[in-house]
Design a protein around this ligand. Structure first.
Ligand SMILES: NC(=O)c1ccc[n+]([C@@H]2O[C@H](COP(=O)([O-])OP(=O)(O)OC[C@H]3O[C@@H](n4cnc5c(N)ncnc54)[C@H](O)[C@@H]3O)[C@@H](O)[C@H]2O)c1
Length: 252
């Protein structure tokens, strides 16, 4: 579908892998100039090369989203280099340790919250200010099914992802009259390196597989399609809302 995004500028955090990489590819096919911001520069550069070789426009940039100064520098660089910011996808995330809450290590809690919640806040804060300069913009934050329901042993991840839903709603109301739409997407169990990692670490991932109503995991491209739609003007009256792409997992 042509989404009318040609020549827009987008920043995608965690664009070097999995869901983020699929979003970068799909945006580039729509004619968007994509800034791929990732802590893994090699991965970001690889995706940028794939896009540029296919005739798209992509620029890899280093960022640790959990570092407020890094994020401020990233956004200043994007506005200077690309002349402004139209679209943003805050997707970078980590899964964190699986452990009961009573013995959840404090350092691990802080590590997960730093990337998965603080990181989204830093990004949204600077993206809003860049978009206010243009008087328009669209942001999609990537939460999870664990932004609305819980999975035992994942209190830090579940808390962070619920937090991203709340942050999105508050910010969306604040800027609804400023031409900026902010939405949140909750992917289900999607086939990416993050899930492969969890699988290596936990037999419970087999239980997750067994719980999928469609009998399969989602594909990163299936998340990317929803994100690109929400970023576009096709979604002009959609803001402040949570959108699941989970094959009915949270319908149980
Ligand atoms: N895969 C799933 O089943 C699933 C389900 C629900 C939600 N999600 C969410 O989707 C997002 C993407 O997940 P994925 O499965 O594609 O993971 P992934 O591990 O394949 O990719 C995550 C990317 O984020 C980058 N990253 C990690 N920490 C970073 C940091 N501090 N700063 C900048 N970049 C950083 C990584 O380098 C990597 O490129 C995450 O927020 C994740 O929580 C994934």
């Amino acid at each position: 579908m042509e989404l009318g995004l040609r020549d827009k500028v987008a920043v995608v955090t965690g664009g070097g892998s999995g869901i983020g990489a699929a979003i970068c590819h799909q945006l580039a096919r729509e004619g968007v100039h994509v800034v791929i911001a990732d802590i893994d520069m090699e991965a970001a550069a690889r995706i940028a090369e794939e896009i540029n070789l296919a005739g798209g426009k992509a620029l890899p940039v280093y960022v640790d989203v959990g570092n407020a100064e890094d994020v401020e520098r990233l956004m200043a660089y994007v506005t200077a280099q690309c002349g402004g910011l139209d679209l943003a996808v805050n997707n970078a995330g980590i899964h964190g340790m699986r452990n009961p809450t009573g013995t959840y290590p404090i350092e691990e809690w802080q590590r997960v919250i730093r990337v998965n919640l603080d990181g989204v806040f830093y990004c949204v804060k600077h993206q809003i200010n860049a978009m206010l300069e243009r008087g328009s913009g669209s942001i999609v934050n990537i939460s999870s099914i664990l932004g609305t329901v819980a999975l035992p042993l994942t209190s830090a991840y579940t808390a962070a992802k619920h937090g991203v839903v709340g942050l999105t709603k508050a910010a969306a109301i604040e800027y609804a009259r400023s031409g900026i739409r902010i939405n949140v997407v909750g992917p289900g169990w999607i086939d990416t390196p993050l899930v492969t990692d969890i699988q290596k670490a936990a037999s419970s991932s087999r239980r997750m597989d067994a719980l999928q109503p469609m009998g399969r995991r989602g594909k990163p491209e299936e998340v990317a399609a929803l994100v690109c739609f929400l970023l576009s003007e096709q979604a002009s009256f959609i803001t402040g809302s949570y959108h699941a792409v989970d094959g009915a997992y949270t319908s149980h």
